[in-house]
Write a protein that binds this ligand. Structure first.
Ligand code: URA
Length: 244
């Protein structure tokens, strides 16, 4: 993620080499220790030597290592698309909706028929920040239920219900229509699989439609099925908000 940030940042040499995609971090360590790596013309054998990916010239056996180009996309996911990189049943995947030759993957997941905001990237650290439970990333959903939600159940969902033996709750829950209590808006800070559906199922409601309005503050600001790249400011904003 570093190269998209505004501030110059340094990274460990072994990580820089591994991030370029040529080998694992362990293999990179072996290469450094066996004196095969140079930085700006000088051989380096310290594993934790720091380099600036934007400025420093790193060579392995005399060949320049190019830093990996990180990509970040926001997709407004349509229904009928699976959130994976490769589907064994050969259904259309979210990755196929994005025009790139780079290997990207979804940040978290949305169910096959869930629509809305989904980020995709090839930056594992960025993805970890946004999926780690510690960061309590806010996810806002528009929900349609099979029947009217009672006020008592609404309160329970905010206080907490048990799903798979573990308590879950919505940070916020409200009705979105004056006429029907089937239309609900919720904010969750949990990313367990099928979290929203399972929360309602715990009180015997069925979610008949689900749309993610926002994820980590990213809103569905493009038409359904469309995607856009994230801006540098958006990326550095996430990193400074959720990074250590
Ligand atoms: N919760 C669900 O149940 N499904 C989704 O797709 C996302 C959150």
């Amino acid at each position: 993620m570093n190269q998209m940030m505004n501030k110059p940042v340094s990274t460990r040499l072994n990580k820089f080499i591994a991030d370029s995609g040529i080998c694992s971090r362990r293999k990179a360590e072996e290469m450094i220790l066996s004196n095969r790596v140079s930085v700006n013309g000088k051989n380096v054998t310290q594993l934790f030597y720091k380099v600036n990916p934007q400025k420093d010239k790193v060579f392995l056996d005399g060949e320049k290592i190019e830093p990996k180009r990180h990509l970040y996309f926001l997709l407004n996911k349509p229904a009928g698309v699976v959130t994976t990189t490769d589907d064994e049943k050969k259904r259309k995947t979210v990755v196929e909706l994005i025009n790139t030759n780079e290997k990207i993957f979804p940040v978290g997941r949305l169910d096959y028929n869930t629509t809305g905001v989904l980020l995709l990237t090839n930056d594992g650290e960025f993805s970890n920040l946004l999926t780690h439970p510690r960061n309590k990333i806010p996810r806002e959903y528009e929900v349609k239920l099979d029947r009217h939600l009672t006020d008592a159940d609404m309160e329970k969902l905010e206080t907490g219900v048990f799903i798979d033996g573990k308590r879950g709750r919505f940070e916020k829950i409200s009705f979105t229509s004056r006429n029907s209590k089937k239309f609900i808006n919720v904010v969750a800070t949990e990313g367990r699989n099928h979290f929203v559906k399972n929360m309602f199922a715990a009180l015997s409601y069925t979610v008949v439609a689900l749309n993610r309005l926002s994820f980590a503050g990213f809103k569905a600001d493009i038409p359904l099925g469309a995607y856009r790249t994230l801006t540098r400011n958006e990326i550095s904003g996430v990193i400074s908000k959720y990074g250590k």
